[in-house]
Design a protein around this ligand. Structure first.
Ligand code: SAH
Length: 342
């Protein structure tokens, strides 16, 4: 079965032709998919025989809401059940500049970061483009609003599923789909350098965030196993190449852990390491997700930020949204199939 939400408009037109229909019928189908149709039978201006053929060849399944939680700050977390029973999570946040969704790109994650809940139990599978897109479509439908910004910061490592992630952004960008401009996507990576090179070749005007969390290899390797394969020097080198190609400023993500990586010496070393780059720092006091990681004190957060701002490097602390419903960074969990479903 073809996952119809994973097809670009052009591919849908090709499929339509291969099913013996005129290409423009494909455009009609595409429009219906993102115009509220829930089944092929809703596509009332298509010949019945064509609808039947589509049913035989394609699966038209959006992620189903298995659970929905609303935080006291208004943040909404969804557990979505996919066609095969796999459950993933997404978070919708409302800011003054509009609504942002944090989508998952994999069911679970293989990266093994010590502070992150999403990686416990590893990765079950990659999501298809249509399943990443479907998180937005389903959330918009449920909330009755438009989502204008997408952060690929849910479960999974986007660069470990690059092909589907690129496909997802291309489809979501289509004016007949969600029409979300590339500048409204933020892709976050733990630093898969080889894949970063491939992303650079695409030369997309998306925002790139990189999870750093320590400027010292030994310490970073303990927290983030990916550092053993791609140590910091290699990461910075890849980011430089990325920046040269795309001309985009990079965002450095840094989770502050009390007494571990929140010293002024860490800030200075980070600044030195990233000196060849144009970047801004986005810190977040580490969220409770795994044992042994305690949030930095307010004072330490302020002192860390100050090290950058006094040198004219933009540095901000991320708003902590949704922690009462475990919807904050690092708290999204990979649940075992079919559990806790309503
Ligand atoms: N795999 C990608 C996408 C995940 S984005 C990546 O690593 O970047 C999620 C962000 O939240 C990453 O920056 C991640 O390092 C961070 N994070 C994970 N666990 C966290 C925690 N407990 N507290 C704060 N941030 C955390």
């Amino acid at each position: 079965m073809i996952d119809i939400y994973s097809l670009t408009r052009a591919e849908l037109c090709d499929l339509t032709v291969s099913l013996g229909e005129k290409s423009y019928r494909g455009k009609q189908v595409f429009k219906w998919l993102y115009g509220g149709a829930e089944s092929f039978d809703d596509m009332t201006d298509l010949p019945k025989a064509f609808r039947e053929k589509l049913k035989e060849t394609c699966r038209m399944t959006l992620p189903q809401i298995a659970r929905k939680q609303v935080s006291k700050d208004g943040t909404v977390k969804y557990a979505f059940r996919l066609y095969d029973g796999e459950v993933i999570e997404s978070v919708v946040m409302s800011y003054h500049h509009g609504n942002t969704i944090c989508v998952s790109t994999q069911a679970g994650c293989n990266m093994g970061c010590a502070f992150c809940a999403s990686t416990v139990g590893g990765k079950t599978r990659d999501l298809m483009a249509g399943e990443i897109l479907g998180q937005i479509v389903s959330a918009q439908k449920d909330m009755g609003l438009r989502i204008g910004n997408v952060v690929l910061m849910g479960m999974g490592e986007p660069l470990d599923n690059l092909e589907q992630v690129l496909r997802f952004m291309a489809i979501a960008n289509d004016e007949e789909c969600l029409h979300i401009g590339y500048r409204h996507f933020t892709l976050s990576t733990c630093g898969l350098c080889d894949q970063l090179k491939k992303l650079a070749e695409e030369n997309l005007p998306i925002n790139l965030s990189v999870s750093v969390h320590s400027p010292f290899n030994e310490e970073r390797s303990k927290m983030m196993p990916v550092n053993k394969k791609y140590p910091l020097e290699k990461l910075v080198e890849s980011l430089c190449a990325y920046q040269q190609k795309t001309g985009r400023r990079i965002s450095v993500e840094y989770a502050l852990i009390q007494g571990k990586n929140d010293s002024v010496a860490h800030a200075r070393a980070l600044m030195k390491l990233f000196s060849p780059l144009s970047y801004h720092v986005n810190v977040i006091p580490v969220n409770q997700a795994r044992e042994g990681f305690v949030k930095s004190k307010k004072q330490a957060v302020a002192a860390f930020l100050e090290c950058f701002t006094e040198r004219g490097i933009p540095a901000t602390a991320r708003r902590e949204l949704g922690s009462d419903i475990s919807a904050a960074c690092g708290q999204l969990k990979h649940e075992v199939k079919q559990t806790e479903l309503q």
